[in-house]
Design a protein around this ligand. Structure first.
Ligand code: EPZ
Length: 431
């Protein structure tokens, strides 16, 4: 079975270039089928989640032409079925974006209900509330969600909870409804703004994305166009934490510094030097860091998708830190893995981690429980003394493009191996 093997203790030094934002690309790809003309999208991250969503789009008849690893041309004109198969929903949760896209364009959609996952229940009640408010009949039978509407009429929607997915999904349905829709208490993440900007490029009339209120004036049709995905704020933050945890000096290129304010502030809190440039940030961390406290919040707060990576960084800091996970109810499962490396972390009431910094971590055999925790375990291995292996790296490949390759370019001793023999070979080579 494929796994990553790491010889830790090497500070990461050099430059790394961030790929396009996975969570922007997923919404944008789903939205692209709403046009009946060619839509060309570039700066796509070459990760499994994106490739699985492209397969799901082809399965409903959309024309998908892959220009290169990072560019695709889509045409929704050839869509010939409005039913998304369960196999795709099981592979990629963001298939539920097809509800908003197909309902908005065809007034009908049939999509399997997404299950929960390792980080929490992840219900979709807010999505359904939004579709219902627009006039759609939505019912769930035997695990399949049926949505249809004679017509979709603009309305006033208040989302009880800030939800990235519900904001994107309902925004898509509303952009081809009749009249004005006002959505309140929406998510403001960069990827929400990117989907809104993309839809406007195709002729939608969306205002206010990135603020608490989005106003959408429905249009009859969307036309084709070209679009480039924004850089991935979470991938950038992951490499910034890796630089901090390994006491390295890393220039993270192709970023939008504005999107990184929360992680920059926290790394500076703990003693890292962070230099900002137009489209890059440099993290320099020579000495042992100080403790701090973190609470995950909707954007512009500290991103929940960087919580595991920050927790690992704090596991090596001097003193006691507290990390509170306020978005998902079960996002500290990876802490059990870190305990095997000598981390001293107690999780209380499921969402508060008390972290007592350790002077050093020791390498161990680890298993990734989900995407971002998988990246955090790799960071822990890079910072630890000795060898670490990380299994279940399929999670990491879902959201990080060539993660091990990019880390090797920063000087890390890390390799993708699939046999004990390869593990031994790596140990001989690096021993
Ligand atoms: C998106 O998930 C991201 N995924 C997640 O990233 C990210 O962690 C999350 O937003 C928060 O930023 C994609 O964009 C594909 P939410 P999403 O709806 O949209 C509750 C990664 O690692 N909620 O903002 O599913 C929900 O349970 C992934 O790339 C409801 O109660 O997140 C959670 O507690 C992991 N009812 C909170 O809201 C709903 O109808 C925020 O969830 C919807 C959500």
């Amino acid at each position: 079975m494929e796994q990553l093997i790491i010889q830790g203790g090497i500070p990461l030094v050099g430059e790394v270039t961030v790929s396009g934002a996975k969570n922007a690309a997923l919404g944008i790809l789903a939205a692209s089928v709403m046009a009946d003309e060619d839509v060309t999208i570039d700066n796509l991250p070459d990760v499994d989640d994106i490739n699985m969503l492209l397969d799901a789009m082809e399965s409903i008849g959309a024309t998908v032409v892959r220009i290169d690893r990072h560019t695709v041309r889509i045409n929704g004109k050839t869509i010939d079925r409005l039913v998304v198969d369960d196999v795709y929903m099981r592979k990629i949760r963001a298939s539920y974006y097809f509800i908003g896209a197909l309902l908005g364009k065809y007034r009908r959609a049939q999509v399997p209900v997404p299950g929960g996952c390792d980080i929490g229940q992840r219900p979709i009640d807010l999505h359904l509330k939004g579709f219902g408010a627009l006039g759609a009949q939505v019912e769930i039978l035997d695990g399949t969600l049926f949505a249809q509407a004679e017509r979709l009429t603009g309305c006033h929607i208040y989302l009880d909870k800030v939800s990235v997915g519900a904001t994107i999904n309902v925004m898509m349905a509303a952009c081809m409804a009749d009249g004005l829709t006002v959505m309140e208490n929406v998510a403001k993440e960069p990827h929400v703004v990117d989907v809104a900007n993309f839809l406007n490029r195709l002729g939608a009339k969306i205002k206010g994305a990135g603020t608490d209120t989005i106003r959408i004036r429905g249009v009859e049709k969307l036309h084709g166009g070209d679009y480039s995905i924004i850089p991935d704020q979470i991938e950038a933050g992951t490499f910034m934490c890796a630089a901090a945890a390994t006491r390295g000096d890393v220039m993270v290129k192709n970023v939008i510094p504005k999107h990184l304010e929360a992680i920059v502030a926290k790394l500076q809190d703990i003693g890292c030097e962070v230099l900002e440039f137009d489209d890059a940030v440099r993290v320099v961390s020579k000495a042992r860091q100080r403790s701090t406290n973190v609470m995950t919040l909707p954007y512009p707060g500290f991103p929940t998708d960087l919580q595991p990576q920050m927790t690992v960084t704090l596991a090596l800091a001097e003193g006691t830190s507290v990390v509170t996970e306020s978005i998902f109810e079960n996002r500290f499962r990876y802490v059990d893995e870190l305990a095997r490396m000598g981390c001293n972390i107690q999780v209380e009431s499921g969402n508060v981690a008390i972290i007592r910094g350790a002077a050093q971590l020791r390498g161990a055999k680890l298993c990734a429980p989900d995407l971002r925790a998988g990246a955090a375990l790799v960071i822990a291995g890079l910072a630890a003394q000795g060898y670490t292996t990380v299994e279940e790296i399929g999670y990491i490949k879902r959201g990080y493009e060539h993660f091990d390759e990019k880390l090797r370019e920063l000087g890390a001793a890390i390799e993708l191996v699939d046999s004990q023999r390869a593990v031994q070979k790596f140990k001989l080579k690096t021993g």
